[in-house]
Ligand binder design. Structure first.
Ligand code: UD1
Length: 352
């Protein structure tokens, strides 16, 4: 059998790395398994540093599609990926997650009559204004094998009429990476002036939060208010730093003595911070899962989540973009020391 495994953007790399390791452990190597990087993310901070930290081999093929509108990016990946599939004739194309590269490669493979497998299938936010929700729905609708991270995702697929033999509840490959690298990550130094358990970690990059000036202004207001109670470390995504500058919001954050705006972090540095944070504020998807496994309270600045299990049994709380609700949740976390949470079934480091 021949496989092509696809990775495109930052949240893909930690999901793909353990799958490549599993192939290697079974003595399946190039040309029978090829890693294709679409190049959706290309900065060292969003891509190359992750390969290094995760011990991933360099991609066999880089499509170098870069940034663009959704249509441009998706189309460019498809146009570049089609000849790769034609030439290499894989039996399976394996895609992970929910980024534009995920959908583009699944669609290309299926149009060529190849089999496609989706890792992290069945997640649904039921919010179709999220670009990732469209990617998830379309990818799951066409793939032949759907590997899910929890039983809620499997049930979502059944409700959509997916045949039972396509659905496989296997666990969470992103958590495989977390367990594999956590000790090393926790041994890295913290930023100056920050102590274990004494800071909040903030990430913010979702278009619904950062592209609208009023929303971003309100969120920045909440952040400065929170920083009066606890220091905040804020690795800033390139989309967000562009918006903060354009809306004239960067100076107020930089001026606050308890807010440290820094460049996006490598995988190990980031996980090392998550594991030692008092709490995490985020609008990411994957971080909701990593905090649940690590038992770190997570306040998610979204009104919906495609990962409801992290709220049901984990440490995750949905706050939307409402500054007052975000602040109140932070205060309640800071005032309550005990933590009741459990880790979802099969998030045990052995999914791949
Ligand atoms: C993408 C994913 C999102 C994921 C996020 C993690 C989709 C629809 N979205 O969003 O699900 O949570 O990645 O980061 O696929 N840029 C750089 N350097 C890079 C890549 C991008 O500076 O290496 C800048 C560019 O200005 C680009 C912008 O970031 O236009 C957005 O990049 P893009 O890949 O379009 O989407 P993300 O917001 O990163």
């Amino acid at each position: 059998m021949r496989y092509i495994v696809v990775a495109g953007a930052r949240p893909n790399f930690m999901k793909v790395a353990p799958i490549l390791t599993a192939f290697r452990e079974r003595n399946v190597s190039a040309p029978d398994v090829l890693l294709v990087h679409t190049g959706q993310h290309y900065d060292a901070e969003l891509s190359g540093d992750f390969f290094r930290d995760l011990g991933m081999p360099a991609p066999d093929i880089n499509l170098e599609v870069g940034s663009g509108s959704h249509a441009q990016q998706t189309a460019r990946v498809m146009v570049a990926f089609e000849p790769v599939c034609r030439e290499r004739q894989p039996d399976w194309v394996v895609v992970v997650g929910d980024v534009n590269s995920t959908l583009a490669c699944a669609l290309t493979a299926k149009k060529l009559g190849l089999q496609a497998a989706h890792v992290e299938a069945g997640l649904r936010s039921y919010d179709r204004t999220m670009p990732e929700e469209i990617n998830r729905l379309c990818t799951d609708a066409i793939c032949d094998l759907l590997f899910t991270t929890d039983e809620i995702a499997s049930a979502n697929l059944r409700r959509e009429g997916v045949a039972e033999d396509k659905i496989h509840f296997v666990g969470n490959t992103m958590i495989d990476s977390l367990f594999r690298h956590l000790d090393r990550a926790l041994s890295l130094p913290l930023p100056a002036g920050v102590t274990p358990g004494g800071f909040a970690l903030l990430t913010l990059h979702r278009p619904s939060n950062v592209d609208d000036e009023e929303t971003l202004r309100a969120l920045c207001g909440a952040v400065t208010r929170i920083a009066d109670r606890i220091p905040i470390v804020f690795p800033v995504h390139p989309r967000t730093s562009g918006r903060l500058a354009a809306f004239g919001l960067a100076a107020a954050l930089d001026a606050h003595p308890a807010i440290r705006c820094i460049a996006p972090l490598s995988y190990l540095q980031f996980i090392g911070l998550v594991g030692r944070a008092r709490l995490v504020l985020t609008d990411s998807g994957g971080i909701q899962e990593e905090t649940t496994v690590l038992g770190i309270p997570c306040i998610t600045m979204r009104t919906t989540t495609e990962r409801p299990l992290t709220c049901r049994i984990g440490t995750n709380m949905l706050a939307g973009a409402d500054p007052e609700r975000i602040y109140r949740l932070v205060v309640s976390v800071l005032e309550r020391r005990e933590r009741n949470y459990s880790v979802p079934e099969k998030w045990d480091g052995h999914a791949a």
